[in-house]
Design a protein around this ligand. Structure first.
Ligand code: FEO
Length: 159
């Protein structure tokens, strides 16, 4: 596997890791009685596994074999719900930073396949960051009040 494909493979694993983190966040919310938040984060985890699948397919299409890495243990505690979603937003920014990094490498290596493949992810990341930013903004306004959280939990449960 060349240098560029190794980075693509690393991102394949980072998508799996992202899913794992969101599942841990969902468990945290569930434990605190926020079933809507838990549902939203579980759906997010499913999206991450779909992202991983796209990377998997790309790697195999390029004639390589995807390599699975060890997934680090996710955090167990995420603080307040605002803090939890801020952590999720920061995580998405990290995903974006990594994907753009691979994109730049693909340009340097003149790999059009990888650039074309990553275009979808560039748009997807813009959307993911925007979604989490909106949630954080709304949680900041709710300011951990139970009334507000209760209503917002029901809303996110409809994802
Ligand atoms: Fe797969 Fe949320 O980025």
């Amino acid at each position: 596997m060349g240098n560029l494909m190794e980075k693509v493979n690393e991102q394949f694993n980072f998508e799996l890791e992202s899913g794992y983190i969101y599942l841990a966040m969902a468990a945290y919310c569930d434990d605190k009685g926020m079933e809507g938040f838990a549902h939203f984060l579980t759906e997010q985890a499913k999206e991450e596994y779909e992202h991983a699948e796209k990377f998997y397919d790309f790697i195999t299409e390029k004639g390589e074999r995807p390599e699975y890495a060890a997934i680090p243990k996710p955090e167990a505690d995420y603080g307040t719900f605002t803090e939890l979603f801020k952590t999720a937003l920061e995580h998405e920014k990290e995903v974006t930073r990594r994907i753009k990094g691979i994109y730049k490498d693909a340009i340097e290596e003149g790999c059009l396949d990888t650039q074309q493949f990553l275009n979808w992810f560039i748009a997807e990341q813009r959307e993911e960051e925007d979604n989490f930013e909106t949630i954080v903004e709304r949680l900041e306004r709710i300011n951990e009040s139970w009334n507000g959280l209760y209503i917002f939990d029901r809303e996110l449960g409809r994802r």
